[in-house]
Design a protein around this ligand. Structure first.
Ligand SMILES: Nc1nc2c(ncn2[C@@H]2O[C@H](COP(=O)(O)OP(=O)(O)OP(=O)(O)O)[C@@H](O)[C@H]2O)c(=O)[nH]1
Ligand SMILES: [Mg+2]
Length: 346
């Protein structure tokens, strides 16, 4: 699961990417992507995992991870528009991070108009795809070929939204319609807006027309990047100086995780405490398969306790005494924070 980073030139995309990799992960240049594109694998900090680590003192602790793609800059070929190459790079991504400049450089910050400028490009790009496909279907109709399924009416619904200047994500049902998946519409992807503030500024801009269907996070990008590249002692001093409590980056990463519609379940023991990311709504049988295909194959039961119950009980034995450790079957829908022991045959 990947998030693609977009935003106008000089909005702070590289700065925020560097902050993310410097603080919580590692960046690499994956061969399979466009030349110069960067991929970051970043740890999702989770207090529950820290608590479980304290409780079990395992040899190893493994957190969930999120990936960010920073597209490489390509000047567009004629007709494709300056962002053409970037769109193709972020099409396979599951969600988008949209960085908006809200710091002063040679220009005053103009976050709202910057945001809508990029948003309009996403909408236009989708509209072009929709109209081209509709023309094709109409041509086929004239030739006596009947359109299949609901494609035509779904595309008409898309057109209606896009014509109003709205992104497809404002209609969640339509945005997640399986019949439209192949189009990889950009404005249908979930989006997190990163308002990139100057070092001294901690307030969100006032919007006349706020981002549609997108959550917002405020980050002081350059400040976070500087801190991320310091050694631990220096960073601590700095955090105190600027009175920074919770890292904005951690908040950003956690929001990215939920934007991807992921939840975590945990496995615990003396060897390892581990967070396993799964799509919300995953059933126990498939969650078992995430760990190992043998566990799915030989699935008998899932022994489940909610994190808060275990925390309040203080130990698994006590949680058992209280009747909070349940035995669940294959069809059980996993919940965020479930601590699970799968029983299986080999
Ligand atoms: N004051 C301030 N300056 C920033 C911040 N973020 C980025 N900058 C500066 O803005 C300039 C552009 O930042 P980049 O991170 O390179 O922006 P970008 O979006 O990657 O730019 P392009 O790749 O050219 O599109 C750099 O000089 C940064 O130091 C910020 O949060 N505060
Ligand atoms: Mg850049």
């Amino acid at each position: 699961m990947k998030l693609g980073i977009i935003g106008l030139p000089q909005s702070g995309k590289t700065t925020i990417f560097t902050a993310l990799t410097g603080a919580r992960g590692e960046g690499e240049t994956p061969g399979s992507f466009h030349k110069d594109a960067m991929l970051a694998t970043v740890t999702v900090h989770d207090e529950r995992v820290m608590f479980l680590t304290d409780m079990y003192q395992p040899k190893k602790t493994t957190y969930a991870k999120v990936e960010y793609l920073l597209p490489s800059k390509i000047s567009g070929k004629a007709g494709s528009g300056p962002e053409g190459g970037i769109w193709n790079q972020v099409r396979p991504c599951d969600a988008l991070l949209h960085v908006v400049r809200n710091f002063k450089d040679a220009r005053e910050p103009t976050p709202e108009s910057d945001f809508w400028k990029m948003e309009e490009e996403l909408i236009l790009s989708d509209l072009m795809v929709v109209e081209k496909r509709l023309e094709r279907i109409e041509l086929d109709k004239k030739r006596g070929k009947k359109p299949e399924g609901n494609e035509y009416s779904l595309l008409m619904s898309c057109k209606e939204i896009l014509d109003k200047g709205l992104p497809l994500r404002t209609d969640q049902g339509l945005a997640s319609e399986p019949e439209l998946r192949g189009f990889t519409f950009l404005s249908a992807k979930s989006m997190l807006v990163i308002v990139n503030n100057g070092d001294e500024d901690e307030s969100l801009p006032k919007w006349k027309k706020p981002p549609a269907g997108a959550d917002m996070v405020l980050v002081r990008g350059r400040l976070e990047k500087d801190i991320a590249l310091m050694d631990a002692d220096e960073a601590e001093e700095f955090l105190e100086m600027y009175n920074i409590q919770e890292s904005a980056l951690d908040r950003l990463i956690r929001k990215s995780f939920s934007l991807l519609n992921l939840i975590s379940f945990f496995t615990v023991g003396p060897d390892e405490v581990k967070a396993w990311p799964i799509p919300a709504g995953t059933i126990a049988l498939d969650a078992a398969g995430v760990i190992h295909s043998d566990i799915k194959q030989g699935f008998i039961r899932a022994e489940v306790v909610a994190f808060d119950d275990l925390k309040n009980a203080g130990s698994l034995q006590e949680a058992k005494k209280r009747g909070q450790v349940r035995l669940e079957g294959k069809e059980y829908r996993m919940k965020d924070g479930d601590i699970v022991n799968f029983r299986f045959n080999v």
